[in-house]
Design a protein around this ligand. Structure first.
Ligand code: ZN
Ligand code: ZN
Length: 785
């Protein structure tokens, strides 16, 4: 560009005689110079590839972590907008006040330096422009005349390829500060622990003067000398009236207490993860909230100190902002330096058993298909699913319980029952949609036990699932970088189902409230769910309000279980502390009922819409058009003899001499439970022995195998199917048939086994001693052998 503008005057035509010749010679000379420069530029291209130390920044732009450059330097990339104007002014005045006006070399200064060198035999370096210094820093060589020449050439080349601001930025990135520290950013961070923008005048001038003698002006070693040198230059700036007088005075008085410090090591697991993921990025601008991160690190560290004596050594925490979907804090382990307990393991990404923490998602999914509502009453009795017998955490059963109590108290049997009704493969598909990668990978091997923790999840997956409940059921991928845009949202559950879960998980009458938490004024208003994995290896507590979702895992990376470890006592106190610390000033606004959710009156006994005979009512939430509308059937009307000793059906009911009474309409498995627990209940009178009708309503209920299921058996293992039925309490004997062929007679509670010989469709029938029969159809498939 500059050459073109210079050439312009010589293009004027019709110059007279002698002047024209001179012009022609000059033109040819210039042309020759340009051509040879172009040729040199082609042969010796400029190579500006700086190997930076990767830097991880928090959302406020501050450096939270950094890694050495490939050539083992601390050289953190300074960006144009980070250039400190005070430092820039100080450097330009000191090094090259005509920087913005010369073409890379300052001819006046060059001539002066040449004369000084040759005539007076004195070496001066004043001729070096900032561009030449950049050239020297890019191509460090001995300072001979030849190399001086190549340096000039490189300086011209730099000016040809880069703007002035870009060259100055290169200078700021390359200038040495002693040891392996290069560039003003690394110097600001490692000497002053701040970003270049925040430097005071005294600090800026310090950084402006050190590069003169980086090896003899070492911060932390020769601070007194540096201050003397700095103040000399401050006096010079005063003469030049470069800065306001008062600021110069303050800077002169400012002590220099800086020493070289270690690079920041905030959020080490997170930083390492980002560094690995964005390997070729010099600056990785993340969404991490520095204050929140530092609080989390401190809280978790102190918290674990109290658990050490119980042999609990690790904790991981993830804090997500529900509005921005950004990671605000990330704690892979409570103590990165604790090598004895695997402190370097990143627990946020580790695959662990989720315990009960997937239950809210199961119930929300079941709300959405109309299977249940929060007040639906479900059986909580021992049950057997083809050999799988889930048990509750405390080993006891409550008989009947509402869904909301079952979730709030985290009962296992109702959860398995709901999953069985929903079907495992459907729920696995929902889990895959929610981003559970290990579950997707192992989907073919998972069964009913997955809802009790029989699967693998990551803390980040779980935390984002709960963030979904805070976002009306919409799932959004986590944002890690400032540049990550909020990706497409996947609706996982309806806003109504999410709201129902929110309301249940906010209840305070629950066993997983930490000891004494009720008396604490510092109980945060959050929805939360705890979980404890089998063998007490993992303690979880995931909580959320409108602003944040926080996931906490506590346990041992070694996988060692600890008897005292559980979600309530080991993880929830830390969760509460975290909310109270990070989110202490959050307004206590809560989720409001969304469109698509409505209220209805239901019977307390069943949770179904009230029937004429239902006397205790309660209000329940439901999803119109989705939730089941069948009315309550908790009672049934039975005709009994006048003495109350005999029951009739419509076919044996006499014309007179009977009365109609209401009796509880219990499911067979509840009756079995009552009998086994010796719980008294209102029994029906014996049915009219003279009745000829077979009462299908009391027919056996085949509980195993499950009807319409496909069973996959290993041929070589000679696997057997278990047959079991619940029968009416009068029944003394049942008869089993396979494909209409008699198999065996058995007592009503006995479990029968049979080994299918071929694959295909099977009809399984159970007939009781009253002649009532139930059929069930299944399919058998063989693998192996
Ligand atoms: Zn009722
Ligand atoms: Zn009858």
């Amino acid at each position: 560009m500059q050459l073109l503008t210079l050439r312009k005057p010589f293009r004027k035509p019709h110059l007279p005689g002698r002047r024209a010749k001179v012009a022609l010679v000059l033109l040819l000379l210039l042309l020759g110079c340009s051509l040879s420069f172009a040729l040199l530029n082609f042969l010796f291209p400029l190579q500006v590839q700086l190997a930076y130390s990767p830097v991880i920044t928090a959302s406020d732009g501050s450096v939270i972590n950094a890694f050495l450059s490939p050539d083992d330097k601390w050289r953190m990339q300074l960006e144009q907008e980070e250039v400190n104007p005070v430092l820039k002014k100080a450097v330009l005045l000191k090094e090259d006040r005509y920087f913005y006006y010369h073409p890379g070399l300052n001819p006046v200064a060059l001539v002066r330096a040449f004369l000084n060198n040759t005539i007076r035999g004195k070496t001066t370096s004043g001729a070096s422009t900032i561009t030449m210094q950049v050239a020297r820093l890019l191509y460090p060589k001995e300072r001979t005349y030849w190399h001086k020449l190549t340096e000039l050439y490189r300086a011209l080349q730099l000016e040809w390829h880069y703007s002035k601001d870009e060259i100055l930025l290169l200078y700021f990135n390359l200038v040495p500060f002693g040891g392996n520290i290069e560039g003003v950013k690394a110097a600001s961070v490692l000497y002053f622990h701040q970003s270049p923008k925040q430097l005071s005048l005294a600090q800026a001038v310090t950084l402006a003067v050190i590069p003169n003698k980086p090896s003899s002006l070492r911060i932390g070693v020769q601070n007194q000398r540096i201050v003397a040198f700095r103040n000399k230059w401050l006096e010079y700036y005063r003469q030049e009236q470069a800065f306001p007088e008062r600021e110069i005075e303050d800077a002169l008085a400012e002590p220099l207490e800086a020493t070289r410090q270690e690079a920041p090591r905030v959020a080490p697991h997170f930083a390492y993860r980002m560094h690995r993921q964005y390997r070729h990025q010099a600056i990785i601008n993340t969404t991490l909230n520095r204050q929140a991160q530092e609080k989390v690190e401190k809280l978790a560290y102190n918290y674990l100190q109290q658990l050490r004596h119980k042999n609990i050594h690790n904790a991981s925490v993830l804090v997500l902002n529900n509005q921005t979907h950004a990671v605000e804090a990330y704690l892979g382990s409570a103590d990165f330096t604790d090598a004895a307990h695997g402190g370097q393991v990143d627990g946020v990404r580790a695959i662990r058993s989720p315990g009960s923490t997937l239950k809210p998602y199961l119930y929300a999914t079941a709300f959405d298909v109309g299977l249940i509502t929060p007040k639906t009453v479900i059986n909580d009795v021992p049950i057997d699913y083809a050999g799988y017998r889930p048990e509750n955490y405390f080993g006891n059963y409550s008989g009947n319980i509402t869904i909301e109590q079952a979730l709030a108290t985290s009962l296992n049997v109702p959860a398995v029952k709901v999953l069985d009704e929903l079907e495992v493969h459907r729920f696995i598909r929902k889990l895959s949609q929610a981003g559970f990668s290990q579950i997707r990978k192992e989907s073919s091997q998972l069964g009913l036990s997955l809802i009790l923790g029989g699967c693998g999840v990551k803390l980040e997956e779980l935390t984002n699932l709960f963030s979904t409940f805070a976002n009306q059921g919409r799932h959004t991928p986590i944002r890690w970088l400032q540049s990550d845009t909020s990706a497409a949202q996947t609706p996982l559950v309806s806003p109504a189902a999410a709201y129902m879960v929110n309301q249940i998980l906010t209840q305070l009458k629950r066993p997983d409230l930490p000891h004494n938490a009720h008396n604490s004024a510092r109980l945060p208003k959050i929805a939360w769910k705890t979980g404890t994995s089998y063998g007490r290896k993992d303690a979880w507590s995931i909580g959320y309000n409108k602003k944040y979702t926080i996931g906490v895992w506590v346990g041992n990376f070694s996988g060692e279980g600890v008897p005292e470890l559980n979600g309530t006592d080991s993880a929830t106190p830390l969760l509460f502390d975290l909310f109270n610390t990070i989110d202490y000033d959050s307004p206590e606004t809560w989720f409001t009922a969304p469109k698509g959710l409505s209220y209805r009156s239901v019977c307390v006994e069943s949770g179904k819409p009230v029937n004429s005979f239902c006397t205790s009512h309660t209000t329940d939430t439901y999803i119109p058009g989705i939730s089941a509308v069948a009315k309550c059937t908790h009672l049934k009307r039975v005709a009994v003899s006048a003495d109350g000793k005999m029951a009739y059906c419509t076919s044996c009911q006499p014309n007179a001499g009977f009365e109609e009474k209401w009796y509880p309409n219990y499911a067979p498995e509840i009756l079995t439970f009552f009998d086994s627990e010796h719980i008294p209940y209102q029994q029906l009178p014996l049915h009219n022995p003279a009745c000829s009708r077979i009462f299908q309503e009391f027919a056996p209920v085949i509980t195993s195998p499950t009807a319409e299921m496909e069973y996959i058996l290993e041929r070589n293992e000679h696997q057997q199917l278990m047959l079991h039925a619940n029968t009416h309490n009068e029944v003394k004997q049942v008869y089993w048939y396979i494909n209409n062929k008699f198999l065996k007679a058995a007592s009503p509670t006995e479990k029968i086994f049979f080994e299918p010989e071929k694959a295909g469709h099977f009809k399984i029938s159970c007939t009781d001693d009253q002649g009532r029969n139930t059929d069930s159809h299944i399919t058998i498939r063989f693998i192996g052998g």
